[in-house]
Design a protein around this ligand. Structure first.
Ligand SMILES: [Zn+2]
Length: 114
C-alpha cells in the first residue's frame, strides 16, 4: 500500500527531527499534498494513525493541506488553477504553460508543544 510507505517515511522524518531537537515534543505534522500526487488523504491518515498508535510519538496528529494543480504562463506571467487537465492560459490562450504545483508531498511544518 502506497500510503503506508508514505506514512512510514513521514514518521521517520519526525523521529529524525525529534532526535536533533531533544526534549521537544512534536504534537502535529503538517503535510502539503498535491492533487496530482495520487495519494489518498484518508488512507494516509489511517495508515499514519495506525503506525503511531502505542508508540512514544502517540499522540501525533497529521494535518493535511491540499495543494491544487496550478500552472504559470511564461508569456503573460499569469498563474491559474488547472481544471480538467486544460493547461492553456486563460489570459492569452497559449498551451505552453508550466506546472508550479500539484504533485508535491512535502512536510510544511512540525508543531511543537509549548
Ligand atoms: Zn498567458
Amino acid at each position: 500500500m502506497h500510503e503506508m510507505t508514505i506514512a512510514q517515511s513521514l514518521i521517520n522524518a519526525v523521529r529524525a527531527h525529534a532526535k536533533r531537537r531533544q526534549g521537544e515534543r512534536i504534537v502535529a505534522v503538517g503535510l502539503r499534498l498535491g492533487e496530482l500526487s495520487g495519494v489518498d488523504a484518508e488512507a494516509l491518515k489511517f495508515g499514519f494513525d495506525s503506525l503511531i498508535k502505542g508508540t512514544d510519538l502517540d499522540p501525533l496528529e497529521l494535518q493535511i493541506e491540499h495543494a491544487p494543480h496550478r500552472h504559470r504562463c511564461p508569456t503573460c506571467d499569469r498563474e491559474f488553477d488547472v481544471i480538467d487537465y486544460d493547461v492553456s492560459c486563460p489570459q492569452c490562450g497559449t498551451s505552453q504553460t508550466e506546472s508550479i504545483s500539484g504533485d508535491e508531498i512535502e512536510i510544511i511544518y512540525l508543531e511543537v508543544e509549548d
